[in-house]
Design a protein around this ligand. Sequence first.
Ligand code: NI
Length: 149
Amino acid sequence: MAIREIRTKGDEILYKNCKPVKNFDERLNILLDDMYDTMTDHDGVGLAAPQVGILKRVVVIDVGDGKIELINPEIVEESGEQTGSEGCLSVPGVWGEVTRPNVVTIKAQDRNGKWFKATGEGLLARAFCHEIEHLDGKLFVDKVTKFLD
Ligand code: NI
């Protein structure tokens, strides 16, 4: 386990499309463990692999209810709407209001390759959207309707 360096806004790796994970091996386990340690070390609630320089479709989330690992995640259903403040470990010190669906269902694989579905509401729904967008090279700042001090 190790804390990895977090890439920040302007680093070209954050704007690239990530590749699907095909090998569910020890290397993936190490990446997931390192990502979780890196996220918690920075008091984050979510982290996507490109934020540590890896162009793979891997996400870790913990909004306070325990660790969630998402490999090759996709949003399969969304409903409602919420507008609230959002930040990103790759854009330190910047907060802004972003409108997101209030309930989001994803499907993803776990670290063993097994597919599962999960539904999140509120902050978890927001985290699903924010982190999956990282895998497509998108940063939340482009969705901000109002920057906050
Ligand atoms: Ni982020």
